[in-house]
Write a protein that binds this ligand. Structure first.
Ligand SMILES: Nc1ncnc2c1ncn2[C@@H]1O[C@H](COP(=O)(O)OP(=O)(O)O)[C@@H](O)[C@H]1O
Ligand SMILES: [Mg+2]
Length: 477
């Protein structure tokens, strides 16, 4: 940072002069004006880091100048200068956001201390604000791409949660749907952002290690514990802990986590005193927690406690509108990163992308795009660069083939209509109940597959999990 800039506003020439002398000697750049009007004009031109503002001025008074300065730039530091009898007004000024006040006649050394403290704080606040903006740029919600209603709904809840006081959030969704991405955005756009975001995968560590990783341990807690160590709960105090794959956490540790969520307190491994911290827990899983609860592998009480604010990210195949915008986004991002001039996907690739099931969700789409950009040689990606399995329309697979040529995939709702209308499925004039159509198809697929869910899922080009999810939704199991 360059020289700090101070603006002195006082109608007494002697005061302006003495302050200017004293502060310039300290290496500050000091400008001085006589009236509030001039001060506003200067500040509009270029906002100083600190304003020393007399309360009694000939034109608009100091309080009004303060108001206008704060309206121009809320972060500006203002120190009020008052005559002794103005103390009440000075207190009012503090309420309006002034940093401090000095009464005339003042001691220049004391004034210097106040000015330097105010500048330090100003600098610190600017740094914090700078970092906040940087991390939002890097990790904010704007990174989550997709125009679908379903994703918008997810983002709306996630933003609300981010700004709220909520200390537990549960994000569910298949692998690759963006759980990490959303967890980060929840943290970095919240007021917790200046404090740590710590992520840990519950699958990656054996239970005892995970416990000491989270809760820390006291000296001598186990053979290797030569010194006490803070766990993530302590390190992330004031911030967020992302517990990935929570479904894989051992029941013993689940109980301790529940106790922590309920009391905000925990004990280090081998410890006897409660440690209280304030962390937000964002838990995520790609497993079906309800099923795990039913099978006795996940504590029901913990599930209910976590599920207070559930965020469910639908798989990509259930929000097909997101596929091409995501693909284009990755194409632009990756070709920029790899300094390649790849500009687009050809029509066949685009069509196949829309009808493909994306079992690996957005991660798979991103990886495939990256691979195509790296391996492709032309600046338009074709089906050789990005080989996607050709999935056939569900209707056809169900034995009602409309005779489309094998290998040619219809983008949802366009060609291949037996009646030449351009629609694959004809909407009756009176409309349909979409849910019951879906339910009907699912039932047909199950019947067709002789009750074999894996086969039925294949017939519908969805994963078995997705099929089971829908079967549950429609009460078919
Ligand atoms: N909606 C989205 N917009 C942009 N990128 C996304 C989106 N969803 C996922 N991604 C990207 O896909 C990859 C997988 O996402 P991730 O958050 O790790 O998924 P998960 O944790 O659910 O397995 C990451 O590279 C992530 O940045
Ligand atoms: Mg993840």
């Amino acid at each position: 940072m360059g020289k700090s800039r101070i603006l002195v506003v006082d109608d007494e020439r002697m005061i302006r002069w003495s302050i200017q002398q004293a502060l310039s000697k300290d290496g500050l750049s000091v400008a001085a004006v006589e009236t509030g009007e001039e001060a506003i004009a200067q500040a509009t031109d270029e906002m100083p880091d600190l304003v020393l503002l007399d309360i009694t001025l000939p034109g608009i008074d100091g309080i009004e100048v303060l108001r206008r300065l704060k309206a121009l730039e809320p972060s500006v530091s203002v120190v009020m200068v008052t005559a002794i009898e103005d103390v009440k007004v000075a207190v009012e000024a503090m309420r309006l956001g002034a940093y401090d006040y000095v009464s005339k006649p003042f001691d220049l050394d004391r004034l210097k201390v106040i000015v330097h403290n105010a500048l330090d704080r100003h600098e610190l606040r600017q740094e914090v604000e700078f970092h906040r903006k940087e991390s939002i740029k890097k990790y904010g919600f704007h990174r989550v791409i997709g125009p679908s209603r379903k994703l918008k709904d997810v983002l709306e809840i996630a933003r609300k949660v981010s700004m709220s006081e909520a200390t537990t959030v549960l994000i569910q969704g298949e692998s690759g749907t963006g759980k990490d991405l959303i967890a980060q955005a929840i943290h970095y756009e919240s007021s917790r952002a200046p404090r740590p975001f710590m992520a840990i995968n519950c699958t990656a560590l054996p239970a005892e290690l995970l416990e000491s990783e989270l809760m820390g341990h006291e000296k001598g807690a186990f053979t290797d514990a030569k010194a006490g160590k803070k766990g993530l709960f302590e390190i992330a105090d004031g911030g967020t802990i992302f517990l990935d794959e929570i479904g894989d956490m051992q029941p013993g540790l689940q109980a301790k986590l529940l106790r922590f969520i309920e009391n905000k307190a925990f004990r280090r491994v081998g410890g006897h005193r409660d440690i209280t911290v304030d962390v937000r827990i964002v838990a995520a899983t790609n497993r079906n927690l309800v099923e795990l609860v039913q099978r006795g592998m996940f504590r029901e009480d913990l599930y209910f406690r976590l599920n207070v604010i559930p965020i469910f990210i639908p798989p990509l195949r259930e929000r097909t509108e997101d596929i091409l915008p995501l693909a284009d986004h990755f194409l632009a991002e990756i070709s920029r990163d790899f300094k390649r001039s790849v500009r687009s996907f050809n029509e066949t690739v685009r069509m196949r992308m829309v009808s493909y099931g994306w079992p690996g969700n957005v991660r798979e789409l991103k990886n495939m795009t990256e691979r195509a950009i790296i391996l492709g040689i032309r600046d338009v990606i074709d089906e050789d660069d990005l080989p996607l399995p050709v999935s056939e329309p569900a209707l056809q697979t169900l034995g009602r083939s409309n005779g489309s040529v094998e290998g040619v995939v219809a983008p949802a709702g366009t060609v291949d209509a037996p009646d030449g209308s351009g629609y694959r499925f004809r909407l009756p004039e009176e409309g349909v109940d979409l849910e019951s159509v879906e339910r009907d198809f699912i039932q047909q697929a199950i019947d067709f597959a002789g009750g074999n869910q894996t086969k039925a899922a294949e017939l519908l080009t969805v994963t078995r999990d997705a099929l089971r999810y829908r079967m549950k939704k429609f009460g078919l199991i």
